[in-house]
Design a binder for this molecule. Structure first.
Ligand code: GLN
Length: 202
């Protein structure tokens, strides 16, 4: 059974942990480098990426997170977690840093310019034909991706139709929306499978 950590600095930690347990994983709240060492995969919840960056730095987690991502740790980031996995941010706070790992530019608060939060149907490659009722909260979108990044889903309606909202690069997965807030945990199942396969490869 894989142990999947949930970065517990901020955000929907309990909802992610429950969804992961439903997908057959053991979970661990990660606040310290020693806890990070023990996990086979990690979820970075939504929240506020500037706060999360500052907290990660003051908890001495930023460099350990970067090192484990470089070493191939599977990580799934939702919303602010997506921002944390981006190599580049637009509309970030001055000096704002990320963990990085996905060769993409993410625009912070992109949808939030029109509305703070909304729901929209989104289909994701490899996660079934039924669309997700995706919940977006001051969400980023992916402005551009490098050649190694697979686009898994795009906004399907409204003024922002076609915007990239889900991506994968190797063992790194990110969505603009919050699947932990609905009963539909296909993203967590997909990620738990990714973690299991990564463990088999090691
Ligand atoms: N707007 C937030 C940020 O910049 C993300 C919002 C969220 O995670 N729900 O980090």
């Amino acid at each position: 059974v894989p142990t999947i950590g949930v970065l517990a600095l901020q955000g929907d930690v309990r909802e992610h942990a429950q969804a992961l347990e439903g997908a057959g994983a053991a979970t661990l709240r990660v606040r310290r480098p020693e806890e990070l060492e023990r996990v086979d995969g990690l979820v970075i919840p939504g929240g506020e990426s500037t706060t999360m960056w500052k907290l990660a730095r003051s908890f001495d987690l930023l460099e350990p997170l970067r090192k484990r991502v470089e070493a191939g740790l599977p990580v799934y980031g939702s919303c602010a977690g997506m921002i944390m996995l981006a190599d580049r941010i637009q509309d970030g706070m001055a000096g704002q840093e990320t963990i990085g790992g996905i060769d993409m530019t993410v625009r912070r608060n992109a949808f939030g310019r029109q509305v703070d939060s909304f729901e929209s149907r989104v289909r994701l490659t490899g996660m079934g034909d039924t669309p997700f009722d995706a919940v977006f909260i001051r969400a980023p979108w992916v402005e551009s991706v490098g050649a190694g990044v697979e686009v898994l889903g795009r906004a399907e309606g409204g003024p922002n139709v076609g915007r990239i909202v889900a991506v994968r690069q190797g063992r790194l997965l990110a969505t603009s929306f919050h699947p932990e807030l609905t009963g539909d945990h296909r993203v967590h199942h997909y990620f738990a499978d990714l973690v299991r396969r990564a463990m088999e490869e090691e």
